[in-house]
Design a protein around this ligand. Structure first.
Ligand code: AMP
Length: 227
């Protein structure tokens, strides 16, 4: 069986402004449903870290807070969704980000399409504060928050001892640029999913475990309605 022939596969998308807690919730949901968490941002950062020619190309774009082209992203996403671990579904985080990407994804997933999209809502001033205070381990990728986690202040990862740093695209200037790109390019996609009754809006301010439990309840309710 492949993803294309498995009609029961859970094809989830998580939307939200940068810093809305998408990554945190995506990890929990992926574990709950035993499906891969596919973060296009993580994939591109891994490519950048590898130092390949492709990686160097995308690193410059990411560091400037701009979007990688739809054409490049098509190749990245199509190749990832063909991997055997996605046969029972996947949770996409960071894709689609433009109308062109949403159209491509629907074509790629035909005839089933996306099962459900989740929109984690967090006000802009809250996310700017969260992102500029975010630090990440350069070795294992664990995320820390200034004012909450000692590793963010000490610069040493509590898990692996690696250097904890600020991502170049988490500075205030880059964050403002990414938020305006999100409003321009990605927010219109929410309407597309909402019109098809595929979008659940969730308040993303609160305790992560409570938000995760609410999300699971909504996904189960949606799947039961579809069945
Ligand atoms: P993220 O971790 O999702 O915020 O992504 C980090 C950066 O990777 C973005 O600011 C973009 O430069 C790039 N990126 C990730 N996903 C996409 C996408 N779907 N389309 C274009 N660029 C992307």
């Amino acid at each position: 069986m492949s993803l294309a022939t498995n009609s029961a596969a859970l094809r989830l998308i998580v939307f939200g402004r940068q810093g809305a807690g998408k990554g945190t919730q995506a990890v929990r949901l992926a574990a709950h449903y035993a499906i891969p968490h596919i973060s296009t941002g993580d994939m591109l950062r891994a490519a950048a870290a590898s130092g390949s020619e492709f990686g160097q190309q995308v690193k410059a774009i990411m560091d400037a807070g701009s979007l990688v082209s739809d054409e490049i992203m098509e190749g990245v996403v199509a190749a990832r969704l063909e991997q055997p671990d996605a046969v029972n579904g996947f949770l996409l985080d960071g894709y689609p980000r433009t109308p062109g990407q949403a159209e491509f994804l629907q074509r790629l997933l035909a005839p089933h399409g996306v099962s459900m999209a989740i929109n984690l809502e967090v006000p802009e001033d809250v996310v700017v504060e969260r992102i500029t205070g975010r630090r990440v381990c350069s070795e294992c990728g664990t995320t820390y928050a200034l004012g909450r986690d000692e590793s963010a202040t000490s610069g040493i990862c509590a898990k692996c001892g690696g250097a904890v740093v600020q991502r170049p695209d988490d500075t205030e200037a880059a964050v403002r640029k990414r938020l305006s790109l999100y409003a321009e390019s990605t927010e219109p996609l929410l309407a597309w999913f909402r019109e098809r009754n595929l979008l659940a809006d969730i308040n993303g301010v609160g305790e992560p475990d409570a938000i995760a439990a609410e999300l699971v309840g909504i996904i189960e309710g949606h799947s039961a309605n579809e069945a």
